[in-house]
Design a protein around this ligand. Structure first.
Ligand code: CP
Ligand code: NVA
Length: 300
């Protein structure tokens, strides 16, 4: 049966650890002959802009021996009223997998339910699981482990935060999120993680979250699709900035992460994102290696 990757919890803890191992192996370059997807075609359907997700998938797919077909959904008949269900059924006759970036999470659920090929979530308003895979590889590389690493997420309880919550459940990481009231992560996801034994906590004070943290993580205050809320959000999140002062409360060897793109001077300052403690470029590189391991696992 085909397997989709719509949220991080589509993987078991064992599968995720195996995937991270494989990603490290692929990254080391020792297995450069592996072209498991030779002759295959993977569609990349994007409703939103992207630098990392699109280009790391395109490159990774090529490196695995397959071709990537980039599809700006504006150019598809979807825009003229063809349903997502019919689109899914047809694309499954041509392609061997689909990566999709869209708004409503229900869109990818519909796509996955109607396409007999693996569907990979390249970001929805609710989840960003490919990002969390790269994040976990980065933390593992820098800290030597995932279990009990204290990760403080500061800012909006958005798609990135929701996927980090699920990562905490799969890894045993200790996750504290500092979010303003009303901007917490998805309640259902949080409760599921908590009831599954995840060591997760939500606070409002960023200083409380980052105290003794091994990892500080932030993301934009204004996600794609929220452009009309810019001014309001900038006021609400003003105190949720990773700057030198906040960083000084974390462990001295703490690393700083950001999924990028960064809005310098808003959620993070230049001196922090450009400091030796910042690992954001390694984190972006790891998108490539983890997604290659994911494609190897899912695409048959
Ligand atoms: N982090 C991330 O998903 O970046 P892009 O929006 O550039 O793909
Ligand atoms: N939360 C951000 C992540 C971008 C990679 C967004 O959805 O725009």
């Amino acid at each position: 049966m085909k397997k989709d990757f719509l949220t991080l919890l589509d993987l078991s803890s064992e599968e995720m650890h195996a995937l991270l191992e494989r990603a490290s192996e692929l990254k080391s370059g020792k297995d450069s002959s592996a072209c498991p997807l030779i002759g295959k075609s993977i569609g990349l359907m994007f409703d939103k802009t992207s630098t990392r997700t699109r280009i790391s998938f395109q490159t990774g797919i090529y490196q695995l021996g397959a071709q990537a077909i980039y599809i700006n959904t504006k150019d598809m008949q979807l825009g003229r009223g063809e349903t997502i269900e019919d689109t899914a059924r047809v694309l499954a006759r041509y392609l061997h997998g689909i990566v999709i970036r869209t708004y409503a999470h229900s869109t990818i659920e519909k796509l996955a339910a109607n396409a007999g090929i693996p569907v990979i979530n390249g970001l929805t308003d609710l989840h960003h699981p490919c990002q969390a895979l790269a994040d976990m590889l980065t933390v593992k590389e820098k800290k030597g482990r995932l279990r009990d690493v204290r990760l403080a997420y500061v800012g909006d309880g958005n798609n990135v935060a929701n996927s980090l919550l699920e990562a905490a459940l799969l890894t045993g990481m200790d996750l504290v999120l500092a979010c303003p009231h009303g901007y917490e992560p998805d309640k259902k996801i949080y409760e599921k993680v908590l009831s599954g034994g995840g060591k997760v906590k939500i606070v409002t004070d960023p200083r409380e979250a980052v105290k003794d943290a091994d990892v500080l993580y932030t993301d934009t205050w204004i996600s794609m699709g929220q452009e009309r809320e810019v001014e309001r959000r900038k006021k609400i999140f003003k105190e949720y900035q990773i700057n030198r002062k906040l960083l000084s409360l974390a462990k001295p060897d703490a690393i700083v992460m950001h999924c990028l793109p960064a809005h310098r001077g808003e959620e993070i300052t230049d001196d922090v994102i450009d400091s030796p403690q910042s690992v954001v470029i390694d984190q972006a590189e790891n998108r490539l290696h983890t997604q290659k391991a994911l494609l190897e696992m899912l695409v048959k």
